[in-house]
Write a protein that binds this ligand. Structure first.
Ligand SMILES: [Zn+2]
Length: 282
């Protein structure tokens, strides 16, 4: 694959898909297919780049060796790797870390990563905070797609407290097409739904935690370590036996008491999860 003539400098919290969209616009391309081949050397679906650090073995072709745009930067700052890595097994995490360091291609790891990231729960449309979009246009001269509003349960912007809006871009459309925010977000909505507003405080907590995970999740070392930490916390709250066996029913009722049944069913409906009471994946 030929080295690209240029590659856009990533903006703060910008997802990889958005960086590719800006490449498409700046290269003056009129063919999605041609740009996909320029970027990947073969046919490639684009939708998962809204979330995942895929095809990192190509970073040297995109940005050149010695560039400040590295595999690690893109994984950490322009993908949701940190957020999703808390569900990774030890082996997946090790393979992903190896891929970041060596740049080796690992297609089976990419497939597993997509499975782990529960694609069915991703929001239907690309989403945005109207205030962040205005600020981006002022600071950078263009709008772009952020990572955080695309995550399930993020309904308010933690920076501005504004309700997150659906754009007109359906996630399915991003599979084979570059749909830049600068085109899609010419008109900004500020729709607010009373049901959502009722739980603004709770949604803001989820948004802040999601933001924290994006930045720090990678350091939590995957699902086993996270499960171990939960177990410690359950023990502290007398939700396990002295031997550490979980009282599942008690955990469930404490969880529902803390979040509220109505909020949980709303949250699950938005994430397209069939809610039948609540079963904890313990
Ligand atoms: Zn915002």
């Amino acid at each position: 694959m030929r080295r690209l003539d240029f590659f856009p400098t990533p903006y703060p919290d910008e997802c990889l898909y958005s960086i590719f969209c800006r490449y498409f616009v700046r290269s003056g391309s009129t063919s999605n297919k041609k740009t996909i081949f320029e970027l990947f050397g073969e046919a490639q679906s684009l939708a998962s780049f809204v979330y995942l650090p895929r095809r990192l073995e190509l970073v040297d072709e995109w940005a050149g060796t010695g560039s400040l745009i590295t595999r690690e930067c893109l994984a950490d700052s322009n993908s949701c790797y940190g957020y999703f890595s808390i569900a990774f097994t030890e082996r997946m995490l090790r393979e992903m870390e190896e891929k970041i360091v060596t740049g080796g291609s690992n297609r089976s790891l990419e497939r597993q990563m997509i499975q782990k990231c529960r694609r069915s729960h991703w929001p239907e449309y690309l989403r945005y905070c109207p205030e962040c979009t205005k600020e981006d246009s002022e600071s950078f001269g263009e709008a772009y797609w952020h990572r955080l509003p695309q995550l399930p349960g993020v309904e308010y912007c933690p920076k501005h407290g504004k309700a997150i809006q659906n754009s007109s871009v359906h996630l399915k459309e991003t599979t084979m097409r570059f749909l830049p925010a600068s085109h899609a977000l010419c008109r900004l909505d500020e729709k607010e739904e009373p049901g959502r507003r009722l739980y603004k405080g709770k949604y803001l907590m989820i948004a802040k935690d999601s933001e924290w995970l994006l930045a720090n999740g990678r350091r939590l070392n995957g699902c086993r370590e996270v499960a171990r930490k939960y177990k410690e916390l359950f023990m502290e709250k007398d939700l396990t036996t002295a031997q550490g066996i979980r009282y599942t029913e008690r955990i469930k009722s404490e969880f529902i008491k803390y979040h509220g049944e109505d909020f949980l069913s709303r949250l699950f409906r938005m994430a397209k999860i069939h809610y039948t009471g609540w079963s904890l994946p313990l």
